[in-house]
Design a binder for this molecule. Structure first.
Ligand SMILES: Cc1cc2nc3c(=O)[nH]c(=O)nc-3n(C[C@H](O)[C@H](O)[C@H](O)COP(=O)(O)OP(=O)(O)OC[C@H]3O[C@@H](n4cnc5c(N)ncnc54)[C@H](O)[C@@H]3O)c2cc1C
Length: 481
């Protein structure tokens, strides 16, 4: 990624896109493919935003990525396929490895799901026979994606689930994955967001791009280059100049001033308004943040009898989904074992020359940004070690246990990130991952030529962010303001 290059201050851009996360990347490709002179600005040296990658000790790690949602191989009109086509890409370009199974474990209760919705329905019929008709009616009652966006802000998912299902345990089991994968609200979830994520996870399924998130990032950058779009890394926007209710100029971190007819920001609604000098009310940017541990072991997941791609877990019969009082909330969370995805159809897995098999374990739990921020550097290091051990101890209760000392002996590498890391590399206020609960569903801001896309426009997750970027670019490219 060329860093240090800067856009030409003499150019009047049709559009400047701020932030090279997935919504910003997709939006920039779209503007360029519509023939607009577009410039994508990213403060970090690497693209990807909340789902980026980094190198450590000779390995390249994805940040965060468990899985892409919306796998759905069968339907050419399905959201992921449609979005890729509009970007000039095909599903085959990503080499998507589907999940085999994932599991939801809530105390003693358990449900397994795959990319075949009938598999989940059969599991519900077997474990909750009195509920299966209600479950089918619930699925029928889910709005489609377009209607789900319209329904945002009109009630909670718990009330919707209770209308169809008697068993509180089953309701918790079905609510946990959508909430953990995208709810900006604590304890309950906006119905519209729930409907979209329920479809994306349970009805369309999970997958991972072969080669990790870099595969999609590289494809998007290549498409941007092919369409003639410009991108600059290590090139943040420090503030806006405002005249007559419009953004008249962008001042970059190095003091350069840029002019653009339209500005599309993917950095978060409040983070964007702050560039125009608007203060953020306490908590408005969102309270949901995460810590994540990462361990690489020698061997395959099968060596440890770990079968699932993703495990959503809760120690108790109700999962916990609010900002913890301590540093992390290890009692509920998500485990991901990336090597348990795939292989995709038609791919032969042969031994890779010179490479020993490795299995990795990613454990994600809610975390408290303020508490992590208050720590001194020494305490931060110590607390990371303590929380790493605690998160792993709880999560391993939900996986088959290899013999004593096996995991320790097979550990090749470990790492951990906290809300502090999220702020450092993405600038999201309070390390907020799912953004503000009060989304700007139409992407509008108080400034006529400034819109937001991505998480705070309601585009949750990587696929949601891409779709949001495309939608926002289309809207802005056609707009007269
Ligand atoms: C731990 C974790 C696990 C996740 N797991 C998954 C998963 O498995 N599947 C999934 O689909 N989603 C997952 N997500 C969510 C997903 O990453 C996000 O929903 C999505 O990437 C958000 O994209 P975005 O474009 O809206 O914003 P962002 O990714 O936040 O992009 C915003 C970009 O703007 C840049 N920026 C900020 N300020 C400035 C500035 N002033 N000037 C220039 N640039 C700036 C930032 O550096 C960043 O690159 C996960 C997120 C986390 C944190």
């Amino acid at each position: 990624m060329p860093v240090g290059r800067h856009p030409d201050p003499g150019t009047l851009y049709d559009a400047v896109v701020i932030g090279a996360g997935f919504s910003g990347l997709a939006a920039a490709v779209r503007f360029a493919s519509l023939g607009r002179k577009v410039c994508l600005l990213e403060r970090h040296t690497i693209p990807g935003g909340l789902n980026s990658y980094y190198s450590l000790g000779g390995r390249v790690y994805d940040v965060g990525l468990h899985a892409l949602t919306n796998y759905n191989t069968g339907d050419a009109r399905a959201p992921l396929r449609r979005a890729l086509r509009r970007l000039g890409l095909e599903v085959a370009d990503l080499g998507l490895d589907p999940q085999t199974t994932s599991r939801i474990a809530l105390g003693e209760a358990e449900l397994v799901f795959s990319n075949d919705p009938a598999f989940l329905e059969d599991g519900i019929a077997a474990r909750y026979p009195a509920e299966v008709d209600g479950y089918r009616r619930m699925v029928q009652a889910l709005p489609g994606y377009a209607d789900a966006a319209e329904m945002a802000g009109r009630g909670g998912a718990r009330e919707f689930l209770a209308r169809h299902l008697q068993s509180e345990t089953l309701r918790e089991l079905l609510l946990m994955p959508p909430m953990l994968y995208g709810s900006p609200t604590e304890d309950d979830m906006d119905f519209g967001v729930f409907a979209a994520l329920f479809r994306a996870i349970f009805l369309e399924g999970l997958c991972r791009p072969r080669g990790g998130i870099r595969t999609l990032i590289r494809l998007l950058l290549r498409r941007l280059r092919e369409e003639g779009g410009e991108s600059y890394f290590g090139c943040g926007v420090r503030r806006f100049e405002v005249e007559d209710g419009r953004i008249s100029a962008l001042v970059l971190d190095d003091g350069t001033t840029l002019q653009a007819r339209r500005v599309l920001s993917s950095i978060g609604l409040h983070e964007t308004l702050a560039l125009a000098g608007t203060a953020t009310p306490t908590g408005a940017a969102g309270r949901i943040s995460f810590a994540e541990t990462f361990t690489v072991f020698s061997g395959t997941p099968a060596d440890f009898a770990w079968k699932d791609g993703v495990v959503f877990f809760s120690r108790g019969p109700r999962f916990i989904y609010h900002k913890p009082d301590g540093l992390v909330e290890p009692a509920s969370g998500v485990i991901c074992i990336p090597e348990n995805f795939g292989p995709s159809e038609g791919r032969q897995e042969g031994p890779q020359k010179g490479r020993r098999p490795e299995a990795s374990l990613r454990i994600t739990c809610l975390a408290n940004h303020e508490n992590w921020t208050r720590l001194s550097e020494d305490d931060y290091r110590l607390e990371k070690q303590r929380c790493f051990a605690e998160m792993r101890r709880v999560a391993l209760d939900f996986l088959a246990r290899p013999g004593a000392g096996v995991l320790e002996a097979r550990t090749l590498a470990t790492d951990m990130f906290t809300p502090r890391t999220i702020v450092k590399y993405t600038g999201h206020f309070a390390g907020s991952v799912y953004g503000t609960p009060a989304k700007s569903w139409k992407g509008v801001t108080p400034f006529a030529n400034l819109r937001v896309c991505g998480t705070d426009q309601g585009g949750l997750g990587v696929v949601g962010a891409v779709i949001s970027g495309l939608w926002s670019a289309d809207l802005m490219a056609l707009s007269k303001t």
